[in-house]
Design a protein around this ligand. Structure first.
Ligand SMILES: *[C@@H]1O[C@H](CO)[C@@H](O)[C@H](O)[C@H]1NC(C)=O
Ligand SMILES: *[C@@H]1O[C@H](CO)[C@@H](O)[C@H](O)[C@H]1NC(C)=O
Ligand SMILES: *[C@@H]1O[C@H](CO)[C@@H](O)[C@H](O)[C@H]1NC(C)=O
Ligand SMILES: *[C@@H]1O[C@H](CO)[C@@H](O)[C@H](O)[C@H]1NC(C)=O
Length: 512
């Protein structure tokens, strides 16, 4: 997958790509650290709540990739810890040779948010990866951080320890963005089986977009530096390979030394689709002080959000939030055509419609349904409904994109108003020790809101079906291949597929 990805300048048809935004707490309106993003995978995506759990002393976790991965590997067992934390995650099912279910992250009960984004390494490093490769892969790392880390820094240290002990099972290089109420970190796990990794702290005045992830200048004395971490060999390995000259004039730059610099790539430009990291960072900085609404607008920007975006997430992390009231906004499929719904860590269950279904699930087209899932599969699937909305909307984006966007934003505005009383009431209950009642309230609100979102999706998709057909805009397929040929453009909402014709909204959302 990585090889396909690298050879494409614009479209990442089958790649595990994804994007993530970080905004430091001095640049947000309410002083929170803010994170947004998506996972770009073909497969279905569903919302899952993982309760905290105790584990037996000898329990283990299976990690790694199988022989089907592009760089074939073997699954290994590593020790489990005696207790894992509660977390919410959008799970997904399919990345060749990476066993389902997978995750790019989410939010845990300690207020640690994780996002996973690809970050290709130089070809000669990738080529060093021994096969079969063994180690901890990107989804394992995201999950282990949510299960085990109480702060972002702890998450980075955990990834460092795991990579140094077990190595990374790789598809060509990967980053994680890990954030808490104080700071963010970018961690780059390098391909090559050399146990190389590097991490950079993002502070209160930083804005960072990973698309793909990057780290630039890196201090040689990083072990004493509060803002950097890395494997002990991160400098010496580059020197040994002749990739960096310690006597030369060039500073030690992680992207230039270890990154993929072909096809005119630089750390912040020459990226993918229509927006570079630099453009996305500039667009975010123009919104300072950034609100959650702003972040939703960035995550759903049609120049990056399209059929490939599996969901949308926005989270703001504050000092002193009780665990139950940690909140993450999630759009059940690409946020271009689906509303963000607020979910709290105190929520106890998720309606079946937002849960696992077979639409685009790994191996679904070659097996019958397990009877255990009969009723689950009988329920409608949010992912499928909002995909219908996306495909209709993006067939006539000039007419439909503004209208649908206005509806989604209207829905989110209502939710944003509601969460004030929901959180005030839940907070009051928590302070009286009535945790169960607080959790019931949060569960009731999130699930009712999810049902309303679903109803909005169904009526809108039905209306657009009518509009497209009755306005003479229906067009049947011309070819016979229902699957997108690898590397070809996928469904998006750019007018005539030309980003220059796409006008960012000039009205502020409060005027809507
Ligand atoms: C916060 O950010 C503003 C720019 O938005 C900057 O002028 C100011 O110095 C920053 N304050 C701190 C304490 O870093
Ligand atoms: C783990 O420990 C429990 C009790 O201590 C034991 O019953 C079980 O067989 C052990 N499992 C493994 C896989 O060793
Ligand atoms: C769990 O592990 C931690 C350290 O790893 C230890 O301090 C604690 O006592 C353990 N708890 C139990 C119940 O085994
Ligand atoms: C790292 O080295 C630079 C100069 O090489 C120095 O300015 C800086 O203070 C050092 N930082 C730490 C944390 O030791």
């Amino acid at each position: 997958m990585l090889r396909n990805l690298v050879s494409l300048s614009l479209f990442t048809a089958t790649a595990s790509a994804s994007y993530a935004f970080y905004v430091g707490k001095n640049l947000t309106k309410d002083g929170s650290v803010m994170v947004g993003g998506t996972g770009e995978e073909v497969s279905s995506h569903w919302l899952q709540l993982f309760p905290a759990k105790d584990h037996a002393a000898n329990a283990t976790v299976s990690v790694g990739v199988t022989e089907d991965a592009e760089i074939p590997g073997e699954i290994i067992e590593i020790p489990q810890v005696n207790h894992t934390f509660r977390y919410l995650s959008m799970e997904y099912s399919d990345f060749l040779g990476f066993p389902a279910p997978l995750t790019n992250g989410g939010l845990n009960e300690k207020g640690v948010a994780v996002r996973d984004v690809w970050a290709s390494n130089r070809d000669d490093l990738v080529a060093m990866t021994p096969t079969p490769q063994r180690g901890v892969q990107y989804s394992d790392l995201a999950r282990l951080v949510m299960e085990r880390a109480s702060t972002a820094r702890e998450g980075v240290e955990l990834i460092g320890r795991l990579v140094e002990e077990y190595s990374e099972a790789t598809y060509g290089g990967n980053t994680h963005l890990i954030a808490d109420k104080d700071e963010g970190w970018v961690v780059w796990e390098m391909a090559g089986g050399q146990k190389l990794w590097a991490a950079e702290r993002l502070g209160k005045n930083d804005i960072r977009v990973l698309y793909p992830g990057y780290i630039q200048e890196f201090p040689l004395n990083f072990t004493d530096h509060p803002d950097y971490m890395g494997s002990p060999n991160i400098v010496s390995f580059a020197v040994d390979q002749g990739w960096w000259d310690p006597d030369g004039s060039k500073p030690f730059n992680i992207f230039e030394v270890y990154g993929y610099t072909g096809d005119g790539r630089s750390a912040r430009e020459g990226g993918f689709k229509y927006m570079s990291q630099k453009q996305l960072e500039d667009a975010t900085r123009a919104m300072v002080p950034v609100t959650e609404e702003n972040m939703m607008e960035r995550v759903r920007d049609p120049r990056i959000a399209d059929d490939q975006a599996g969901y949308g997430q926005v989270v703001s992390l504050h000092e002193g939030t009780p665990s139950s009231l940690l909140r993450i906004w999630i759009a059940p499929t690409g946020s271009l055509a689906a509303p963000f719904v607020p979910w709290w860590l105190g929520v106890q269950k998720v309606i079946p419609e937002f849960g696992l279904h077979r639409y685009l699930y790994d191996r679904a087209s070659g097996t019958f349904l397990n009877t255990d899932y009969q009723l689950q599969e009988a329920s409608v699937f949010a992912g499928r409904i909002f995909k219908r909305l996306l495909y209709y909307m993006c067939s006539a984006p000039e007419t439909l994109h503004p209208v649908v966007t206005q509806m989604l934003e209207g829905f989110e505005k209502e939710s944003a108003k509601d969460i004030q009383w929901v959180e005030a009431a839940a907070s009051e209950l928590l302070s009286k020790g009535e945790d169960d009642a607080a959790h019931s309230l949060l569960t009731y609100y999130s699930n009712s809101r999810a049902e309303k979102a679903l109803a909005l999706g169904q009526t809108t998709a039905a209306a657009l079906d009518g509009f497209i057909k009755l306005s003479g805009n229906w067009k049947g397929p011309e070819g016979s291949d229902i699957n997108s040929p690898s590397g070809k453009e996928t469904v998006n909402c750019l007018i005539g597929h030309n980003p220059d014709k796409w006008e960012p909204k000039t009205r502020s959302r409060s005027e809507l």
